[in-house]
Ligand binder design. Sequence first.
Ligand SMILES: *Cc1c(COP(=O)(O)O)cnc(C)c1O
Length: 338
Amino acid sequence: MAYITLNKNNFFNNLDIIAEHTKSVDKIALVLKDNGYGHGLLEMSALAKEYGVKKAVVRTCKEAKFIEEFFEYILVLGEIPKNKSDKIRYTINDLKSISKFPSGTKVELKVDTGMHRNGIDVSELQEAFVKIKEAGLVFEAVFTHHRSADELTSEWFWQNDNFKSVKKNSKELAKEFGFSNLRFHSSNSASLFRHVEFDEDMARVGIAAYGCMKLPKSLHVENLKPVLSLYANKVSSRELRKGQRVGYGGDYEANDSCKVSNYDFGYGDGFFRSCANGYKTPDNEELVGRISMDNSSFLSDKDELLIFDDAAQVAPYAGTISYEVLTSLKSDIFRKIV
Ligand SMILES: *Cc1c(COP(=O)(O)O)cnc(C)c1O
C-alpha cells in the first residue's frame, strides 16, 4: 500500500518559525480542517499537543469532537452546534443564524471585511450584538478572513484597515452590551507573515505549519519545511522494447528499451491524473502514461518510490495549489510519524 510519512522535526521547525512571529505559542491556532490538510487529523493533533499548541481550528462539529482531548480551545468555522460545549467555539457566519445557536454557546462573530464569502457585513455589527445578547450566547471573539493575503498587493492593507474599524466599533459595543474580554483575530498563514509586528490575539495558521506555503504570486518565508511525503510500493516491473506503449490509451511510447514499474497508488488515492504531464519524483524518476485509479507507472525499478515530499512542487503539474494536492489525499492511506 502507498503510505504517507509525517516529519515531526519539520513540523516543529515550522511551529518554531510561526511562534517567533506570533511571539507566543499560545497565539497559534493550528488549522486542522479537512483531515489536517490531508496530513491526518489525529496524527497532527497529537503532534501539535506534544509541541505545546493549545488551540485548533476545524470546519465541522464532528472534527472538533474528535480532537477535543488534544486542545484547550477549538474553533468550528462552518457548523451550528446542537449542544453547547466547554472547549468548542462556533462561528456566526451571518445574522440570521444567530437565533439557531443554543443559549450559552461560546461564539465568535465573523465579519466580512472584503472577501464577501462568509461573515456579517460591517454595517450589521450593532444588530449582531443585539441578537447575540438576545440569544444568550457567550460572545468571545470577532474575526475576519483575508481574500488575498498571499498576493503581494495593497488588498491586505485595505482589509486590515476595515478590520481596525470593526475592532474599534466592537470594543465600544462590547462596553454598551456588557461583553468583556472580546478577542480579535484576522490572520491566516500569509497574513501572519505580512505583519511586521503581530499584535492580534491569535493567528489561524494552516499551510505554513504544513510547510507548503509556496503560492503562485506569494510572499516567500524562509526555512518552512514540508511535513508530508507520499511513498508507493511496486506492484510489478517489466522491460519495455522500443515502440511499446504504457497504460490506458497507450499514451507513453518507449523510445528505447527501458524498465518500467507499476506502483500502488493512483487517482483513487487522491493523486491527480493531470500529473501525468512529465511529472518526475524528487529522485528524478519519470511518471509515464496515464495515472489509473490504483496504479501508476514510473521509469524505475525501485521497490518503494518517494512520489513527492513537497506538495507545492506537485501542484504546478496538476494545475493547482499545494492545499488541493494535500487535501485530496484519502484519509485511509496509512500515515506514519517519522
Ligand atoms: C483555512 C483557513 C485558514 C488557514 O489558512 P492558511 O492559508 O492555510 O494559513 C484560516 N482561517 C480561515 C477562516 C480558514 O478557512
